[in-house]
Design a protein around this ligand. Structure first.
Ligand SMILES: [Ca+2]
Ligand SMILES: [Ca+2]
Ligand SMILES: [Ca+2]
Length: 223
């Protein structure tokens, strides 16, 4: 589910212009009664350089939740298709899609942090770790930024990012409690979670961003 919201100007980025999309997920489509794991929306924003991801949940009433961003940069990204299904560096039980090229795991305790991994054709490797997290407890949202990722992907010929967002617990083998998009309610703790669809975010061409910058605005695109 994805909706265009008209003109907006991002205040999150140091650059003067950014474009983004917001993707909605139903409230209450989880089987475990953990509102801190119930995704309600995800916003993807880029300045053409960085990529910001904001995950909003029903109620961020606890800091033990873990959050996952799976991204697929295409079937031939840097010569690789991507990871086989049910393969992620945190061992979470999420099946249903093969071809992810990056995995980010986020935690909120201790001020928050993340680990970001890439798939090198045979294994996951840790690209970087660090805080990079902005937790907005009042608005039940978590924002983090991939520095220069949009630019790097565009330079490698990637024009569209396929992605999935999952919420989970802190243990190896935990499933995704909620997934973003059309999956419906997952089995819950001890079960298997299944990805049935990805969402897509188009990386704007530099010429498009330049036009927006000249106009002094950002806008949400619709696909
Ligand atoms: Ca949800
Ligand atoms: Ca891929
Ligand atoms: Ca969902």
């Amino acid at each position: 589910m994805k909706k265009a919201l008209g003109i907006f100007v991002s205040t999150l980025l140091v650059t003067s212009v950014a474009v983004g999309d917001i993707y909605y997920d139903p409230t209450g489509d989880i089987s475990t009664g953990n509102p801190n794991l119930d995704i309600t929306s995800v916003e993807m924003t880029t300045s053409g350089w960085d990529l910001l991801v904001t995950i909003t949940v029903d109620n961020l009433d606890a800091d033990w939740g873990n959050y996952m961003v799976f991204m697929d940069f295409g079937d031939d990204y840097m010569g690789n298709f991507g990871a086989p299904q049910n393969s992620n560096p945190w061992g979470r039980n999420v099946i249903g899609h093969a071809g992810f090229d990056s995995f980010t795991g986020i935690w909120l305790n201790g001020g928050g942090g993340l680990e970001h991994y890439g798939w090198n054709g045979s294994d996951w490797y840790n690209q970087y770790s660090g805080p990079g997290i902005d937790i907005d407890w009042d608005n039940n949202s978590i924002t983090f930024g991939y520095m220069d990722l949009a630019y790097a992907l565009a330079s490698d010929g990637v024009t569209e990012i396929g992605f999935e967002i999952g919420t989970t617990g802190g243990n190896w083998g935990d499933p995704a409690i909620d997934l973003l998009g059309g999956e419906g309610t997952q089995a819950g703790w001890g079960g298997v979670s299944v990805i049935t669809d990805l969402q897509y975010f188009t990386i704007p061409a530099p010429s498009v961003l330049a036009l927006f910058a000249m106009a002094g605005i950002g806008r949400r695109r619709r696909s």
